[in-house]
Every structure is written in C-alpha cells, then in structure tokens.
Ligand binder design. Structure first.
Ligand code: NAP
Length: 250
C-alpha cells in the first residue's frame, strides 16, 4: 500500500461531494467516493478521476446504516489504507413544507440521513485517526448548511435543524479530539447549483432567491470544494471547531 493520503467523501457521486472528490484527487489523494444508490453517477466520477491518473474507488453504502458504515470504512482500510481525511457530505432534504405537515417518518428520515450518518462516520474516522488509538491524526470536515443559521422557514425546518445538530457535533467533537491530532471543521454552503433543490420540489429555487443573495448569484459545487480542501490542508493547521460560510453573503 502506498503512502498516499486517503480521503473518504460521503455522497461523493454528485454535486458538492463529486466536486470535492475530484479536487482531492487533483491534489494527489487516494479517493473513496461513497454513495447511496446512483451507481452510474459514482462510476462517472471514478472514471473521470482515473482518466486523469488518479487513484479512486467507489463504495455503495447507506451511511445512515451502522453496518454499512462499518463495511465502508473496513473496505477503505483494505483497498486504500487508513483514512486521513473524512468529508461528511451525504445529505438529503424532502419536499418543501411547513412544519405542521411533517410526520415522524419524514423527520426521522431526515435526522437519520443527515445526523446519525455523520456521527457514525466521525466515530469510525476517530478510531482510525486518533493518537489515542495509535493513529497519526487527520481531519474531518462536516458539510452543514446556511439553513442551520436561517432555520429554512416554510421550506424545510427539519433539514435546517439537522444541520444545526451538525454544527453542534462539529464544535463538541473538535474539542474532544483536539489533543489527539484531529481537527474537525465545518462548511455551511447555501444556494449551490446541485440536484438537491429538485428533491425539495423546486429545481429553480436559486433563480427565485438570487436577488436576495448579496452577491447576486448562486454558488458552484467547486467553490465549496475549495473551502473543504483548504480546511483539510496544512494551510488551516491551527483551525478547529471553525465554520466557513459559503452562501454569497447570506
Ligand atoms: P446532491 O447533489 O443531492 O448529492 C447528494 C449525494 O449524497 C449523492 O451522491 C447521494 O447519493 C448521497 N447520499 C444521500 N444520502 C446518502 C446516504 N444515506 N448514504 C450515502 N450517500 C448518500 O446534494 P448536494 O447539494 O451536493 O449536497 C451535499 C451536501 O451539501 C449535503 O449535506 C447538503 O445538505 C449540503 N448543502 C447543499 C446545499 C446546496 O445548495 N446544494 C446547501 C447547503 C448545504 P446518490 O448519488 O447515490 O443518490
């Protein structure tokens, strides 16, 4: 096994995760792209990275499922080596709705996919990175959302609350493992051109809201990826428990 640094990007087949996977590959990382079901999209990212000479595998695993998370990390240990950077990025939202129309199934689905998943992946990463577990350190980046600050009223308060939990997880864990060689930081994107807005029932959401964004435009997945890469790099070596807001001024 080579000395290449290893990154796991959850939800790396599309959107922000795909842009992040490609950027890390460009910087010489061995990349594991995790995804839930879209094998075609995952294969396309792997193919693109490999065509540029990169080292990349894909792993289908639902990161809200504990057994599948264990399998994901064990497979990466075996195929690429010990993880040095975890980008917790996989996330979902549901049809825009006011809170009084949300049932327990929907709320629990959002919390399982957006919160439990991040906890489980953080746990497996810490077990491998922490100097307390004979690891040699590492970095975790949690992808939160501008919604954690806005609350996303009338759209998806459940999703926004799940991202608020991610900010708290990031803060607390960063302090827990600060003395063990692990930095934990977050990014809070907003209004990024990806498929996610269609899942909320409004593919053209950014066009509707653009005039309210101080910079007057939506963001590209690559612009979020660059922030994630910086937080994972030595250039941010004294930064932990920090958040970068990437929402054009909102
Ligand atoms: P996206 O284009 O919808 O892509 C989501 C990715 O996550 C897909 O690869 C999907 O897998 C994967 N995924 C979802 N649930 C999963 C699970 N349980 N296990 C494994 N993989 C799973 O989303 P995006 O817009 O790039 O969002 C990425 C992250 O940024 C999310 O955490 C999101 O909340 C956050 N974010 C996005 C925006 C925005 O404006 N787009 C704003 C703020 C925050 P499949 O491809 O197999 O479906």
């Amino acid at each position: 096994m080579s000395n290449q640094k290893v990154v796991i990007v959850t939800g790396g087949a599309r959107g922000i995760g795909a842009a992040t996977a490609k950027l890390f590959a460009k910087h010489g990382y061995a990349v594991c792209i995790n995804y839930k079901s879209n094998t075609v999209a995952a294969n396309n990212v792997v193919k693109e990275i490999k065509s540029l000479g990169g080292n990349c595998i894909s792993q289908k695993a639902d990161v809200s499922n504990e057994e599948e998370v264990l399998r994901l990390f064990n497979n990466v240990d075996r195929e690429l080596g010990k993880v040095s950077v975890l980008v917790n990025n996989a996330g979902i939202l549901k049809q825009q709705s006011r809170l009084e129309k949300m049932n327990a199934d929907r709320i629990n689905l959002i919390l399982n996919n957006n919160v439990t998943s991040y906890f489980l992946c953080c746990r497996e990463a810490v077990k491998r990175m922490s100097t307390e577990h004979q690891g040699s350190g590492g970095v975790i980046i949690n992808v939160s959302s501008a919604a954690a600050r806005s609350g996303a009223p009338n759209e998806y308060v459940d999703y926004a609350a799940s991202k608020g939990a991610i900010d708290t997880l990031t803060k607390g864990l960063s302090i827990e493992v600060a003395g063990e060689g692990i930095r934990v930081n977050g990014v809070r994107p907003g209004f990024i051109y990806t498929d996610m807005h269609a899942d909320g029932g409004e593919p053209e959401r950014i066009a509707r809201l653009k005039s309210k964004i101080p910079m007057g435009r939506g963001g590209m997945p690559k612009e979020v990826a660059e922030a994630i890469y910086w937080l994972a790099s030595e250039k941010s070596s004294f930064s932990t428990g920090s958040f970068l807001d990437l929402a054009g001024g909102l």
